[in-house]
Design a protein around this ligand. Structure first.
Ligand SMILES: Cc1cc2nc3c(=O)[nH]c(=O)nc-3n(C[C@H](O)[C@H](O)[C@H](O)COP(=O)(O)OP(=O)(O)OC[C@H]3O[C@@H](n4cnc5c(N)ncnc54)[C@H](O)[C@@H]3O)c2cc1C
Length: 329
């Protein structure tokens, strides 16, 4: 790892003042579970690392039935899991956190870090950037080692999948991200927080290089039924192959409105309006959940080695819907 200057501010104002006007010069450090391994591989090589863990204002989780849930960006995945209100009111989020199966990662990894973690694409992690090409300038991923790459949103130029397990649940639950920069706070829906990069100098979120993700706000659950279903190759220490998070507003037994979000299938968490529309006014049973699952993967365009992910995503959406309809637990 290259030598770097280390700063440990105690306020968010100091932190953004220590960040740089362009990506790469300075990096934010939270739990370090992703950043440090990236830096050991010289991706990135910041001149300054800004440790934000001592900023008290960005810590903690608070719930009120009137205003909803506030997640400090520095709250850990373990804090999320051990919060009784999260488990009861927002099961999709608790189930997504449960999937992060390593106690070490849960204890050190923060919610902000989970949302800002960098792609796990092995080309990217090998230093080839988002858009690796062969000597003739042809994209390597569509016919290369693409078992874990995108099946949706992959018409180019990016083919990686967004690695966050929490993001689909937060989007299904209509959460907002509060971002702090030199001009103060700004707010975006978590759905709009993620972007597909078009250049190697871009990042995967709307954050600017001198901004930090400060907190996430979820509206009161008010009887919304939610669930996350993940398909994983193994129980331990790995990211899901595909996942779905859903939130249902019911009127009696029928769906009044639905939000269906797939994870680990596209460069951004993938909201499927086709699946949501397929559910409107219907009761959820095996058939309707199956139809919505199929609608969720409408337009999937598998690469040479990841066709199996279409079925996994379809089934994840179906099972998340059945689980949510039963109350989410
Ligand atoms: C073996 C293993 C298995 C894993 N499995 C899963 C899984 O199944 N699902 C899943 O979702 N994740 C998984 N993870 C990823 C893990 O959840 C993340 O590494 C962790 O949440 C990152 O949090 P952190 O606080 O350590 O972030 P850091 O490593 O400190 O930072 C990660 C990135 O986010 C940026 N950053 C962090 N906080 C902020 C902020 N507040 N504002 C702006 N930028 C910020 C940093 O600059 C850096 O680029 C796994 C990780 C490992 C090592």
């Amino acid at each position: 790892m290259n030598a770097f200057e280390y700063a440990a501010p105690t306020t968010k104002e100091q932190a953004v003042g220590l960040l740089a006007d362009r990506w790469g010069d300075a990096e934010v450090l939270a739990g370090g579970t992703d950043l440090l391994s990236l830096m050991k591989d010289y991706l990135p090589t910041p001149k300054r690392v800004v440790n934000i863990k001592d900023i008290k204002e960005l810590q903690g989780i608070k719930y009120s039935s009137a205003t909803g849930l506030r997640l400090g960006a520095l709250a850990t995945i373990e804090e999320l899991l051990s919060n009784a209100a999260v488990k009861k009111e927002y099961p999709a989020l608790a189930q997504a956190a449960e999937g992060v199966s390593s106690p070490q990662i849960r204890n050190a990894g923060t919610i902000g870090g989970d949302l800002c973690q960098r792609p796990r694409c092995w080309y990217f992690r090998s230093g080839l950037g988002y858009f690796p090409k062969d000597d003739g300038g042809k994209d390597l991923i569509p016919t290369g080692q693409n078992e874990y790459h995108a099946i949706l949103g992959n018409s180019g130029p990016a083919y990686f999948v967004h690695p966050s397990s929490l993001a689909p649940a937060l989007i299904a639950l209509d959460a907002k991200a509060r971002i702090f920069g030199s001009a103060g706070w700004r707010e975006v829906r978590v759905e709009e927080f993620f972007v597909t990069p078009n250049n190697d100098g871009d990042r995967e979120t709307v954050l600017k290089s001198n901004e930090i993700l400060g907190e996430i706000i979820l509206p009161p659950a008010k009887g919304i039924r939610s669930a996350t279903y993940e398909v994983r190759q193994k129980e331990a220490l790995d990211w899901p192959l595909a996942a779905a998070a859903v939130a249902l507003k019911m009127s009696g037994n029928t769906v009044q409105s639905a939000r269906v979000v797939l994870g680990h299938v596209a460069p951004v968490p993938w909201r499927s309006q086709a699946a949501e529309q397929a559910l409107g006014g219907k009761a959820i049973d095996e058939n309707t959940a199956s139809e919505a699952g199929s609608a969720a993967v409408n337009g999937a365009r598998p690469l040479s080695k990841n066709g199996y992910k279409v079925q996994l995503a379809r089934v994840a959406a179906k099972r998340a819907l059945l689980q949510a309809a039963q109350g989410g637990a």
